[in-house]
Design a protein around this ligand. Structure first.
Ligand code: SFD
Ligand code: AMP
Length: 634
């Protein structure tokens, strides 16, 4: 295939077009316009409906509400610290929490319908979560970003897949990115002074529960394929919490979220044979004190309690929806009309929760004749995902906000270049799912962190206003590497009658299955009941060597398959970072996310620490680092 080369030069490049990138665009466009700078945003999909919020959401999960004195920023830091079993960058969490409410107010101003009560206050789902009519959430947030970019003369490229970072000639800083159009034969070379990486997390690294007829169905957006991790790892950035995957408990098979049921409807979850597992399994959580005594119980411990029952053959697990609805309607019981009205209201809220963000769950309920007010529904732990913005924590290690330097125990070396959210690679920023150890930012916190990174990147460019030199040889090498699967296929496809089966290449879907099998069986996926060990991980890493070898023989018959090839290449590197970090951390800190059978307990003395890793692309080697946790507040 012949490709047209398109070269785009800009001051700031934002890669990704999700909640984080939208925030980065709004803020950086504003500051760029003031300073005469150019901003370019590149999304592999259509900005309006890309990323995890494509289908919409029914709640905003981070709203601190400190303006009215309801909660403090410190309360939020405490919450995240406990939920992540003690491991979080408190400076980053604090920074997001102090900005998030203003972001939510902007969402409302831009037209997002947020539920309010009779007094005009937001309706809380839980302490930190507020309810929205969020089917068009992403469209609204993207529209604001598009307007801001248009106002500042910025450019937005949609359906351009970012495959690889571009480094400066001397390798000392980021210089841009390369990618290709998913619709036309165009190869893009983006050159920039600074880059914000915001390409979400990763799904389908592990074998999903849904195979065969349900293949591809997952809780997490299938568009998110580990590009943030690949981009930052290949640029040489230090990564953190690569072991802290997220396993959500979800309504079984269609993956409907449970937050509204637990928090808004105050529903109970049970196992068929064991009852209320979060209460009955309390004693089994003793090894994870002090976190097991906190309220709410950390997400992974909630999972662990349920999985203990499943492993004892006491399943299925159920969400007691009918009981929750009956409890909420109880006080209206004596007034027939009011009771009927309340039941109707609860019924529509229950359905809307799914229709706003996981439509397939509503379809599955309909298909299985489930009325949530009549009977309970099955729930189950999903396959593992990488999502640093939710209740996992994987991402790049970034600089702390400069004004927090010297505060609490936070060491000075966590701050560099006088800007926040810069990775250890000069000029490369990361936010949202792309930045690690700062979980529980969700959609609103990701957008806030994106806004912050956007402002910081412009500030940094103003202090370092030069376009890095790039070697043409590096650009040519990257172009050849990225387009290689098309060439491999073209050269060999005539050899067999079925182009999917060929000794000279592997198609991306087969490649993905092989990756998923390794991760499932050796890194504690669904079929291994989330259990792994040193021996299993070491064997998994041996098998990854072969997968890396075969990745050089990926074959693509079209642009569409070229995208699939690169998505799986990105997944493979996310997997590699995960395996290595699982092996490095010698304890079990997050049972319910994964369990090291050879080291089944938590080791506070030695492992109240971040497990970081750095890949050196020049020597093709990894370095593992233990970084002690430091607190910002008591
Ligand atoms: O039900 C490339 N999240 C929830 N947050 C909430 O606030 N409330 C909820 O209700 C939430 N719930 C929820 C959530 C996520 C999911 C998947 C479900 C339900 C089903 C979390 C948020 O969605 C999440 O925190 C943010 O979206 C994170 O933002 P960001 O920007 O870091 O990731 P993104 O939005 O997924 O965007 C990624 C972008 O990158 C693009 N991209 N572009 C170019 N080249 C490549 N190679 C690329 N690879 C990816 C994508 O197209 C996208 O634009 S609930 O759990 O509670
Ligand atoms: P989910 O739908 O599971 O993604 O949850 C949405 C929000 O509610 C997140 O902030 C979760 O951490 C929180 N959450 C979910 N279930 C519970 C629970 N049982 N107790 C406390 N918080 C929860």
């Amino acid at each position: 295939m012949d490709f047209e080369t398109v070269e785009v030069t800009t001051d700031l490049l934002i890669v990704g077009g999700g909640m984080t990138a939208a925030g980065a665009a709004v803020e950086s466009a504003y500051w760029a316009k003031k300073n005469g700078l150019k901003v370019v945003l590149v999304d592999k999909a259509a900005f309006d409906r890309s990323g995890a919020v494509a289908m919409g959401l029914s709640a905003i999960n981070q709203y601190v509400n400190y303006g009215k004195g309801v909660n403090t920023i410190e309360d939020y830091v405490h919450y995240v610290r406990q939920d992540l079993m003690g491991i979080c960058r408190e400076d980053l969490v604090y920074n997001i929490a102090r900005h998030v409410d203003s972001t939510v107010h902007l969402f409302e101003k831009w037209g997002l319908p947020i539920w309010t009560d009779e007094e005009g206050n937001y309706v809380n789902e839980g302490r930190w979560q507020i309810m929205i009519n969020g089917e068009s959430y992403k469209v609204i947030v993207a529209e604001a970003a598009k307007n801001a970019m248009a106002e500042a003369g910025g450019e937005i490229y949609e359906r351009v897949f970012i495959a690889h970072p571009l480094m400066s000639a001397d390798g000392s800083r980021i210089a841009g990115a390369v990618g290709f159009s998913t619709r036309e034969n165009k190869f893009y070379i983006f050159k920039a002074k600074a880059v914000i990486c915001a390409m979400g997390g990763a799904v389908h690294v592990f074998k999903p529960r849904s195979t065969g007829e349900g293949l591809g169905r997952s809780w997490y957006a299938p568009f998110n394929s580990g590009s943030s991790t690949y981009f930052t790892v290949q640029a040489g950035a230090e990564m953190t919490c690569q072991e802290v995957r997220f396993i959500p408990i979800r309504f079984k098979d269609a993956y409907g979220p449970v937050g509204a049921w637990f928090l808004l409807f105050k529903s109970k979850a049970i196992s068929a044979g064991g009852g209320d597992y979060m209460v009955n399994r309390r004693d089994d959580l003793a090894d994870w004190e002090p976190y097991a005594s906190t309220k709410p119980l950390p997400a992974n411990l909630r999972n662990h309690a349920g999985l203990l029952d499943v492993n004892d053959g006491l399943g299925p697990l159920y969400m007691e929806t009918h009981e929750a609805i009956a409890n909420l309607a109880e006080e209206y019981k004596d007034d027939k009309k009011a009771f009927k009205k309340k039941m109707k209201e609860l019924d529509s809220e229950a359905w809307e929760d799914f229709l706003d963000m996981t439509i397939s769950q509503a379809i599955l309920w309909a298909a299985q004749n489930i009325s949530p007010d009549v009977e309970h529904s099955e729930i189950m732990a999903c396959e593992p995902y990488f999502i640093g913005s939710h209740s996992g924590a994987s991402g790049a290690w970034v600089s702390g906000p400069p004004d927090l330097k010297g505060k609490g125990e936070i060491p000075d070396e966590w701050f560099w270049e006088d800007v926040g959210n810069m990775t250890t690679v000069t000029g490369l920023f990361a936010a949202g799912d792309a930045s690690g150890a700062s979980s529980h930012k969700f959609s609103s916190g990701s957008n806030s962190e994106g806004r912050y990174a956007g402002k910081q990147a412009v500030k940094w460019i103003m202090a370092n206003n030069s376009l890095p030199e790039v070697n043409q040889a590096d650009v040519d090498a990257a172009t050849e590497k990225v387009l290689k699967p098309l060439k491999v296929f073209e050269e060999h496809c005539g050899l067999t009658t079925d182009p999917d089966i060929n000794p000279n290449y592997i198609k991306p879907q087969q490649f993905m299955f092989r990756l998923q099998k390794i991760m499932d069986e050796y890194a504690g996926g669904v079929s291994s009941a989330f259990k792994t060990s040193k021996d299993l991980l070491e064997r998994g890493l041996e098998l990854m060597v072969f997968l890396h070898e075969d990745s050089k023989k990926l074959g693509a018959n079209s642009l569409y398959e070229l995208e699939r090839c690169w998505e799986n290449m990105h997944r493979m590197w996310q997997a590699e970072a995960h395996l290595r970090t699982l092996l490095f951390r010698e304890e079990t800190r997050w049972p319910g996310y994964y369990f090291r059978t050879d080291m089944p307990k938590m080791d506070q003395e030695n492992w109240l620490a971040f497990a970081n890793c750095v890949y050196d692309p020049k020597n093709d080697s990894w370095e593992m680092k233990k970084v002690p946790v430091k607190q910002l507040i008591d």
